[in-house]
Design a protein around this ligand. Structure first.
Ligand code: ADP
Length: 310
């Protein structure tokens, strides 16, 4: 197959691992800087151009779109989709997952366990908002934050009130969440490929840190999932419409609760903790999905031909 990887930097661990895995399985793979792709949307033949070259003939595209380039990156991916190039994750699913509030609402609608979460606009509603999530301590999250930046633990009612007031004053979009104390500063990353959790790790925040992000100094170790955690992760991926993703959850007293579903999960931490070749599993998934889609296309094609003859 001819596979494109949309990534800002070919030297990133996850990107190099995907290139290695694709090449070792005999594919022709190319890394494209998503911000250097430009496109002709209006033509009858939608096209993508790259440093003056016309990009054609790709069978599949692996989006590794960072949060800071979501808007442009998903536009490029959509263009590949218009050209019938199979995406590992669809652009619409990536956009969905990048909005913490939208994701939380979608997961809640399907009955997935979540921390009690509130959202408000007017400072007059702060007291009620705090009460709704069970009072302090509580967690305040910037909707656009990543890697733990913009996630604040407010230990007292007064702290919660003043931080929420400050964020509202800055017109920042925030959501307010019940603090899952019993998680003890750790969370679980489930790596989903297709309809399976292929690896999982427990991330523990640094001493005195409630955020377990590896970027915030957390450490990872292997973990054994319960059947409920496993099925929650697979369901969450399905609801978001993501074929490959990292589902982050906390172990609460009332079962697993989802933090977020990450559409470009990093491979370094999970491959190290699980000692599995996750990149290879992703490429295998692409091969299978491509074959299924091609077979379906062939069937539809031969059906129309037979009909034509009759
Ligand atoms: P980001 O997308 O920036 O990583 P998250 O929502 O995943 O933000 O939060 C970062 C970390 O903070 C989580 O991995 C978790 O360890 C901790 N955390 C987030 N929300 C809660 C919560 N409601 N209760 C307890 N810990 C939380």
């Amino acid at each position: 197959m001819k596979i494109a990887i949309l990534s800002r930097n070919a030297k990133l661990y996850s990107t190099t691992r995907l290139v290695e895995a694709a090449e070792s399985r005999g594919h022709d793979v190319r890394v494209l800087d998503v911000l250097r792709c430009y496109m002709n949307i209006t033509s009858h033949n939608p096209s993508i151009h790259y440093r003056g070259e016309d990009l054609t003939d790709f069978d599949a595209v692996i989006p590794r779109i960072g949060a800071s380039v979501t808007f442009y990156g998903t536009a490029v991916l959509r263009q590949f989709e218009m050209m019938n190039v199979m995406p590992l994750n669809e652009s619409v699913a990536i956009s969905r997952s990048r909005d913490k509030l939208r994701s939380t609402q979608l997961l809640a609608r399907k009955g997935i366990g979540l921390p009690v979460t509130g959202f408000a606009n007017n400072p007059d509603d702060i007291a009620d908002l705090i009460n709704q999530v069970g009072g302090a301590p509580l967690v305040i999250k910037l909707l656009e934050g990543t890697q733990g930046i913009g996630v604040v633990l407010a230990e007292t009612y007064n702290a919660a009130e003043s931080v929420i007031q400050a964020f509202m004053g800055l017109k920042a979009n925030i959501m307010v969440q019940e603090f899952i104390k019993e998680a003890g500063g750790s969370d679980i990353r489930c790596f989903v490929v297709g309809d399976k959790v292929v690896a999982a790790m427990k991330r523990q925040g640094a001493e005195g840190e409630f955020r377990s992000n590896l970027h915030r100094g957390g450490s990872a170790s292997i973990v054994r999932l319960t059947p409920e955690e496993r099925s929650t992760a697979v369901r969450a991926a399905k609801i978001m419409g993501l074929n490959v993703c990292g589902v982050d959850m906390l172990r609460s007293n009332h079962g697993p609760v989802i933090m977020e579903v990450n559409s470009s999960p990093g491979l370094r931490g999970i491959e190290a903790a699980s000692e599995k070749n996750i990149a290879d599993l992703i490429i295998q998934f692409i091969e299978k999905r491509f074959e299924t889609l091609e077979t379906a296309k062939d069937k539809a094609h031969s059906k129309t031909r037979t009909r034509g003859k009759g």
